[in-house]
Design a protein around this ligand. Structure first.
Ligand SMILES: Cc1cc2nc3c(=O)[nH]c(=O)nc-3n(C[C@H](O)[C@H](O)[C@H](O)COP(=O)(O)OP(=O)(O)OC[C@H]3O[C@@H](n4cnc5c(N)ncnc54)[C@H](O)[C@@H]3O)c2cc1C
Length: 359
């Protein structure tokens, strides 16, 4: 397979990597890290590429594709089990494992593309659940200290779609994640009205685990939140903007215009980025730049077609953000990550050093 990053990202954008390594054997990590540590360019770590906007010029250093697999379970007590997964394991495989083992805590994350290792980076979440709710330990490689380190959740700086791993890209590579899941045949209480409606149960009820996960998959398909194998929406990275943080004054403006505001899982007031795009005049199918349009199902998802480049994609993002700002004064921030080629300066993220335990 060619080393074009377009072959490894769901947007199908990105030029060649100077070197592309696929990491499959956890025991081989020290040797792999050793070959990279003195390179002038920091490595870029790629999972499933479903939240990455790679440059047309490609990447000037080593790209490491995390493809380690494996899930193990260890009983903790009568109520809980610790489930440990390698970074390259698909998140969907971990969800399927939990559901089949009657373990509750991640069932509403069904259908999110990508890997276990990338999920803590943006604290991946959906339908009121986020990966940080159940994480107990991350085993990471610290490129500054050149060794393995264990992180407890309190040291990870988790917030709405963020963490210290996102704030300090390239300092740590997540190798494995441990979660505390609850023994139960039932899902966590349902908090999304339309999902409760689709399952025919009241808000706050607890559907059987498999029903909850299947309900989420069906809802994702119906609302254009799934990644189709083919068709006009197959090349995408999901939502392209985070739901923006807003002031109470901006919340009043949004409500007056007919929009909804909500408090996120961390209690912060946010508006719906998709609704703001529609207020600014965009809709599913809007053409934005050569080869780039809103998906046929959702304004907040952009899809790429023949002729698309990362540069055109960036132009489309800038156009949308500009028009929302002109219409509302609210700033949108892109969700997909652009690979950064520089090593993080030594000391970056150092405030977290004392909170992590070296193993
Ligand atoms: C159809 C669709 C629906 C989606 N729905 C949701 C949703 O509901 N909620 C949500 O939160 N997201 C959603 N996403 C976005 C995306 O799937 C998630 O953010 C996912 O967790 C990204 O995983 P990945 O392996 O593909 O990440 P990648 O794109 O490979 O990487 C993303 C970032 O994480 C870093 N990274 C990857 N692996 C590691 C590692 N092992 N250690 C350190 N850094 C690493 C990369 O360097 C990059 O900065 C959706 C995307 C699509 C296409």
């Amino acid at each position: 397979m060619s080393d074009l990053l377009a072959n490894h990202t769901t947007l199908r954008l990105g030029g060649p990597a100077a070197r592309l390594l696929t990491h499959t054997d956890p025991a081989a990590w020290p040797e792999l890290a050793h070959t990279i540590i003195n390179e002038p360019t920091a490595p870029f770590v790629l999972g499933g590429g479903s939240n990455t906007l790679a440059d047309d010029a490609g990447y000037p250093g080593t790209v490491i594709r995390m493809a380690t697999r494996g899930i193990t379970a260890r009983p903790l007590d009568d109520d809980a089990v610790e489930v440990t997964a390698q970074a390259g394991e698909p998140l969907s495989a971990l969800v399927a494992f939990a559901v089949s083992e009657h373990l509750s805590g991640i069932e509403y994350l069904a259908g999110i593309p990508g890997t276990v290792g990338a999920a803590p980076v943006q604290n991946t979440g959906a339908y009121g659940q986020q990966i940080s709710d159940t994480l107990t330990r991350l085993t990471v490689y610290d490129w500054h200290r050149r060794r393995h380190v264990d992180f407890r959740p309190a040291a990870c700086g988790f917030g709405y779609r963020t963490s210290i791993f996102k704030a300090h890209p390239g300092r740590w590579t997540i190798l494995q994640a441990a979660l505390r899941l609850t023994r139960s045949a039932y899902a966590a209480p349902i908090t999304y009205q339309h999902l409760a409606h689709a399952l025919g149960i009241p808000l706050g009820a607890r559907p059987p685990l498999a029903e909850a996960a299947q309900g989420v998959l069906a809802d994702r398909c119906q609302r254009g939140l799934a990644l189709p194998k083919d068709g006009p929406d197959a090349r995408q990275a999901g939502s392209v903007f985070l739901n923006p943080l807003i002031t109470t004054a901006q919340a009043d403006v949004v409500r007056a215009a007919g929009g909804a505001v909500h408090h996120d899982d961390h209690g912060v007031l946010r508006a719906s980025a998709g609704w703001l795009l529609q207020l600014a005049g965009y809709h599913p199918g809007s053409r934005l730049a050569p080869g780039v349009s809103c998906s046929t199902r959702r304004t907040l998802t952009l899809t790429t077609h023949d002729g698309a480049t990362a540069q055109f994609f960036t132009v489309a993002l800038q156009r949308l953000a500009h028009d929302v700002f002109e219409a509302t004064g609210i700033r949108l921030h892109p969700e997909p990550v652009r690979p950064a080629a520089a090593w993080m300066p030594v000391g970056s993220g150092a405030d977290h050093d004392s909170e992590a335990s070296v193993i």
